[in-house]
Design a protein around this ligand. Structure first.
Ligand code: HEC
Length: 295
């Protein structure tokens, strides 16, 4: 082999090694304990705590739950939510109306405070067996998703009500926790006052099952497409297909990341109908999204 060829060969090898170093190697592991979780009151950050701070402030427990995303039992290491709220917000948090959880992937769950007062929630920060803090999300086309820094779980083994709630109140990748009043925080999500009772019921279902991922008039989660502005899904999707999108999305789009409305939800067909009535009502009140709520 001539000198020139061997030099070229060597350059190629170096280039391949360099590219591979960028692409093939896993990104340098960042330490979850360095991420700060923001606690927000009205318009301001009231506290900012790292996982290390949380570990120092609250004793952890091991909790077995029925993992709705995986449809099997799982044990997590976790902190009791009410204790953590007491530490981060002070006791006043119990007087708020909603708690909004903002996740790194754009998910934005808004959960009534009453649910935290009547059921036991926990913030998981690790699997009990210390395996990587990820999960294979059956509801999201088996995507492997990181769960940290915090993952909101419920002591659901003995609670039919919690199991029926499905996965919508179980945000993972939680990085910010905010006390809020729904109507102030999401002023453009409510149906017009003259909307039918069916649409008003649908609004409550939409809050519970859809808005963590989707926006209406720019308000809600940033994980999935806007459904109302500038064109409502009720205007371009035929009614029977809209029902299928909600109940069985993969019967429309293969490998879609949208989970269908949970089978466990009581009176599911009626819930779907009411959600569609809400979406129709919203198509008469379009507002240009400001998107200031999407962090
Ligand atoms: C976990 C997140 C998540 C939840 C919860 C969710 N969706 Fe979706 N949805 C998605 C994603 C992601 C897409 C885009 C899917 C695709 O294109 O494959 C989508 C797509 C849609 C579409 C099709 C929009 C279009 O123009 O193609 C409709 C309609 C829809 N969702 C309605 C709903 C309704 C109503 C609910 C509540 C019952 C809901 N979604 C709950 C994630 C979600």
């Amino acid at each position: 082999m001539s000198k020139r060829i061997s030099r070229n060969l060597w350059n190629i090898i170096l280039t391949v090694v360099a590219i591979c170093g960028n692409i093939c190697l896993p990104a340098p592991a960042f330490s979850q304990s360095d991420i700060d979780i923001e606690f927000r009151g009205k318009d301001q950050i009231v506290n900012s705590l790292s996982l290390r701070d949380l570990a120092n402030a609250t004793p952890a427990i091991s909790l077995k739950i029925f993992e709705i995303h995986e449809k099997k039992e799982r044990i997590y290491k976790a902190y009791p939510a009410r204790t953590l709220f007491d530490k981060a917000f002070g006791k006043e948090w119990g007087k708020a109306e909603e708690i909004v959880f903002i996740s790194m992937d754009g998910y934005q769950a808004s959960i009534p405070v009453t649910k935290f007062l009547s059921h036991d929630a926990y913030f998981a920060f690790a699997h009990d067996d210390d395996s990587p803090f990820t999960m294979t999300n059956l509801l999201q086309n088996n995507e492997v998703v990181p769960l940290g820094p915090l993952y909101l779980i419920w002591d659901n083994m003995k609670s039919k009500v919690l199991l029926e709630d499905g996965a919508s109140d179980m945000p993972y990748q939680v990085k910010s926790i905010e006390l809020a009043t729904f109507a102030t925080r999401f002023p453009n999500l409510s149906p017009p006052a003259k909307a039918s009772a069916e649409a008003q019921h649908g609004f409550l279902h939409f809050r519970k099952y859809c808005m963590a991922c989707h926006t209406i008039n720019g308000e809600g989660g940033g994980k999935a497409p806007e459904l109302n502005y500038p064109t409502s899904v009720t205007e371009y999707i035929k009614p029977e297909y809209l029902t299928r999108w909600i109940e069985n999305p993969s019967s429309i789009r293969l490998n879609t990341l949208m989970p269908g409305l949970a089978q466990e939800i009581p009176d599911r067909a009626n819930v779907t109908k009411e959600i569609i009535a809400y979406l129709k009502a919203m198509s008469t009140t379009k507002r240009s999204p400001k998107r200031q709520d999407i962090h």
